[in-house]
Design a protein around this ligand. Structure first.
Ligand code: IPD
Length: 263
């Protein structure tokens, strides 16, 4: 395990926990309901600086800076970072947000780490080495749920920044709500993916996400035995925004049938 990276992410989480005036430091970004706080920027700067010292030959792509470099994520070494995934939750004191860090080489995620600072749960995976949950006092393996969709919880994101996607989101949601036990929208895509990796939910979808939302979480799901694709069944690439669908292999087959995917 990359212990320096793990302790750096935990320190970043402490910056989030130290915030008492998050709503006062909000700036509005382009798009619907798109916000950034002083803390998003502070956590990103902290991670760039500390990880830059630990991994000097890595570039940085982060939600609050360097976002225009997504297209270059097909080669070389880069960290893809969301300093606070779930900014709206953070601003509103909802206490469900995360720090998401992915270490990428040649267009592939080699290591993913997602921290929920409020529960002190660190979801962690290295390529081909499995996924684990590093808690306060112990570490255990992560595995996707064995439940079928009809007994499952479907987690989803609303893609709030792109109004043109709303109809598609709610069309899919209606279908999956009827086919499952129930649905949940909890506001951090990175943590949604970790919930699938830990079998707390059976499927996750969102119609458009950015690489910093899903890079780390996707590896954690795959290493926990799940599958992540675009909603049309095509592979997810790191260098472009797009939809995400994550589930166990069995549930993914059910989703393919329901959503009438191409193979
Ligand atoms: C957002 C969260 C949210 C999802 C949005 C993301 P941010 O990330 O992951 O759950 O629905 O599409 O952009 O903006 O809070 O880092």
């Amino acid at each position: 395990m990359e212990n320096g990276l793990i302790s750096t992410i935990r320190e970043a989480g402490r910056i989030i926990l130290s915030a008492h005036d998050a709503e006062k430091s909000v700036e509005v970004k382009p798009g619907e309901a798109n916000f950034v706080t002083y803390y998003d920027k502070a956590v990103q700067e902290f991670l760039f600086e500390r990880l830059g010292a630990l991994y000097p030959d890595f570039a940085f792509v982060g939600e609050e800076e360097g976002a225009d470099d997504i297209a270059r994520l097909t080669g070389g070494k880069a960290f893809v970072i969301d300093p606070i995934d779930g900014t709206t939750n953070f601003m509103r004191g909802f206490r469900h947000s995360s720090v998401s860090v992915a270490l990428c080489e040649d267009g592939e995620v080699r290591l993913g780490a997602v921290l929920n600072p409020y529960t002190d749960e660190l979801f962690y995976a290295e390529k081909d080495k499995g996924a684990v949950l590093i808690g306060r006092d112990s570490t255990r393996a992560l595995h996707v749920s064995p439940r079928p969709l009809e007994n499952g919880l479907v987690l989803f994101g609303t893609t709030p920044y792109y109004a043109e996607t709303y109809d598609e989101t709610f069309r899919i949601l209606r279908k999956l709500f009827e086919a499952s036990l129930d649905v949940r929208r909890i506001g951090s895509a990175a943590l949604d993916l970790c919930m699938i990796a830990d079998g707390r939910g059976e499927a996750f979808f969102e119609v458009c996400l950015s690489p910093w939302d899903y890079a780390a979480g996707n590896l954690i799901v795959s290493e926990a035995g799940g599958i992540v694709t675009r909603i049309d069944g095509t592979p997810v690439r790191l260098n472009e925004k797009g939809s995400i669908l994550a589930a166990s292999p069995d549930v993914l087959r059910q989703l393919r049938y329901l959503l009438d995917f191409q193979k």
